[in-house]
Design a protein around this ligand. Sequence first.
Ligand code: CA
Ligand code: CA
Length: 310
Amino acid sequence: MVKRIQKIPFEKLTPSGTSTLSPFNKPIATVKPGEEVEIETWDAFGGCIKTEQTRAQALEKGVKVPVNPVTGPIYVEGAEPGDSLTVEILGIELPSSGATTISPGFGSLEGWLNLMIPRTRISEIKAGKVLYRTDSGRIVEVTAEPFIGTIGNSPVYEAINTLTPGPHGGNMDCPDIRPGNTLILPVNQPGALFGLGDVHAVQGDGEVGGSAIEIPAVVKLRFGVKRHYPIAWPRVESPEEIMTVCSAKPLEDAARLAHRELVNWMVADYGWARDDAYMFQSIAAKSRIAQIVDPLYTVVAKMPKKYLKP
Ligand code: CA
Ligand code: CA
């Protein structure tokens, strides 16, 4: 039977606990490398935005709206600082609807749309499609491509809030962290102290308005430990590509970091000379803006595997 880790009860969601990835939180579960695990997650609003009410309206009614809660920390047996944690994403179960919001003070265009009123849109999810209903009532169908928005390990020293991405992972909103791919994260603490949440049914590059199709989910994962394999930033492997996921502000720094890490990976694991790896990125690398809305922005740099080995 697949081990199931339940989401943390609503009344136990706290800003300093479940809204952080942190060495100070006590593990809620222990898993073994190689074991398949199902993990329940809250959506980014802790389940508080079920109807087309805004976050502000929920708060006015006295509803506590948790900030991007994660399920964790999960202790992975045998993971030690200097190792890397591999997280194979085996599947994501979709619910029947998801929420999208815009709000003043958040989102990539907020300086321009500074008179923007907060809005919430609930979209039905049916047979693998997201049905987005416009103000005029038109239904726009988008194929669901679910992925995990916030996923990471404890940082080295401090607690980092779950809105901020970084070398430890966190709120990367990278659509490539999806079923069929494997995420590789640096391990900074014994047991890794892994957490995840903020699953999206689908998201456009940049997550421009600040939220995607935000959903609660059940995520099926398999963990592994790469011994003595220190990495500086999260990485993703798909059957076709290797990818580096780096976050910084301004956006160009995130792009520079992601391409630098891709050079380092090609050199360390695929035997490329550094200058070749750098030059070849001008020829064959791809990149995407994962998100341009969180406290640091995230860029993904990619290289097709077919070029990497002779
Ligand atoms: Ca997010
Ligand atoms: Ca989100």
